[in-house]
Design a protein around this ligand. Structure first.
Ligand code: SF4
Length: 170
């Protein structure tokens, strides 16, 4: 036994050091602390597709996979705007969605936050304004934070959500 212990002491630790945590993990940990500090509970998000090509939805869908573990960070997507703290809106707002988006905004309890996602949500994108499109989300409802990109990555969307939460304390 003593021989074994002296051998272990002589060799020392030969395993590789742990890798640095990924950026997303650091962001997630700081986000969880911020959400708890501001909200005191989970952040509930209602996502609204106001006319997107669904590219942004794919990134939001990816944000919900186990890698990002957003539920573990205190972020939850809900089915009703009445249960939501934040609206995550994609796409240029099509004329057909204009009233629906306004009603969704009105149904969300104050103080509410709105994050516009993607180049279309931020500025109308390739669709712009036309007989069929109202353009950017802020043409229809107030927007707190815009997340550009076509589409923005899940990490960029997370950063946008975090920025919106911080505006509550500002
Ligand atoms: S920003 Fe790009 S991915 Fe998102 S809805 Fe517009 S065209 Fe589609």
């Amino acid at each position: 036994m003593l021989k074994l212990l002296s051998k272990i002491a002589g060799i020392g630790v030969i395993t590789e050091p742990l890798p640095e945590p990924a950026d997303e993990l650091c962001l997630r940990q700081s986000m969880q602390a911020d959400i708890l500090a501001v909200m005191g509970r989970a952040l509930c998000i209602r996502q609204v597709d106001a006319g997107s090509c669904n590219g942004c939805e794919l990134e939001i869908h990816a944000l919900n996979n186990p890698y990002y573990n957003i539920e573990g960070s205190g972020i939850k997507f809900v089915a009703s705007p009445r249960h939501a703290d934040l609206l995550l809106v994609t796409g240029p707002v099509s004329k057909h969605m204009e009233i629906a988006l306004k009603r969704t905004y009105d149904a969300t309890p104050d103080p509410k936050l709105v994050v516009a996602v993607g180049d279309c949500g931020c500025g109308g994108g390739v669709f712009g304004e036309s007989y069929a499109s109202c353009g950017r989300v802020s043409n229809v409802i107030p927007v707190n934070v815009a997340v550009p990109g076509c589409p923005p990555s899940p990490t960029r969307i997370l950063q946008g959500i975090l920025t919106a939460i911080k505006t509550r304390t500002a």
